[in-house]
Design a binder for this molecule. Structure first.
Ligand code: 8X3
Length: 264
């Protein structure tokens, strides 16, 4: 992990879940962090946790942390992102496009326009807009690493998930096209595709209904945010000539988006 020391990593959706766990793990490895999220208060708490993890590492290089309040779905805010990054963190090495969510499990015909727009705005258009900013930078510098959060839902669609699955399929297609576009560069592009991860993901999908969210993970041991963070940080820590193109990561008793075993 010494390859992470002094690297600057920008993470979207860093206020909770996989984004927050990834921030802490990069900090532990001596990376500098730019943490981006809509909710500034929880983001500041994650920044404090990351600072503590860096301190405990005993490393002397890296460990700079900045927080930026930003909604990746807001085009004007994305356009001003680069200006908000502190001068000493302007050379981003790794972009982790983590911000994303699902709203509802409604079937086609009953999905609100608000849910459709919100999921596409963040999961697809937001990810694309942020990526465009940094691809320009990475091309100019001839290096960089983009890590996109896909999902098992980007490989397989399921009932009640038409829009969410469509957004994650879009992430997969976008990532694949970009990998092909960047073939003649040193820029790396990775897609991490987790299955069930117990975060606030399901609470948000079920609009705050905690008991409905808990049912998703009943009888099965889901992944935790730290499991996925380990994959992300591992991909980032490979030598510069190695590109981890895709990482499909499931709980041991989940085989696909629609097949899991709950009897263990
Ligand atoms: C979330 C995984 O299976 O709930 O990305 O769609 S799933």
């Amino acid at each position: 992990t010494s390859r992470l020391v002094g690297k600057t990593v920008l993470i979207t959706g860093a206020s909770a879940g996989i984004g927050a766990a990834t921030a802490v793990l990069f900090a532990k490895g001596g990376s500098n962090l730019i943490l981006v999220a809509r909710r500034i208060h929880p983001l500041k708490i994650v920044a404090e946790e990351a600072a503590a993890a860096y301190k405990a590492s005993g490393l002397t290089e890296g460990g700079k942390i900045a927080t930026i309040q930003l909604d990746v779905a807001d085009k004007a805010q994305v356009a001003s992102l680069l200006d908000k990054i502190p001068q000493d963190l302007r050379n981003v090495d790794v972009l982790v496009n983590n911000a994303g969510f699902a709203h509802g499990v409604d079937k086609v015909g009953s999905i609100t326009d608000a849910d459709i727009d919100a999921m596409f705005a963040t999961n697809v258009v937001g990810l694309i807009s942020i990526t465009q900013l940094f691809v320009r930078e990475f091309k100019a510098r001839g290096a960089g690493h983009i890590i996109n959060l896909g999902s098992v839902a980007g490989r397989e669609a399921y009932p009640g998930g038409s829009i969410y699955c469509a957004t994650k399929h879009a992430v997969r297609a976008f990532t694949e096209a970009l990998r092909k576009e960047l073939v003649d560069t040193k820029i790396r592009i990775t897609e991490v595709q987790p299955g069930m991860v117990e975060t606030e993901f399901s609470v948000i999908r079920f609009r705050g209904d905690k008991s409905a969210a808990d049912k998703v993970y009943e009888g099965i041991q889901p992944l935790v945010a730290e499991d996925v963070a380990e994959e992300i940080v591992w991909a980032a820590a490979r030598p510069p000539h190695v590109n981890i193109a895709e990482l499909f990561v499931l709980p041991v008793n989940q085989a696909s988006a629609t097949l899991e075993y709950r009897g263990n």
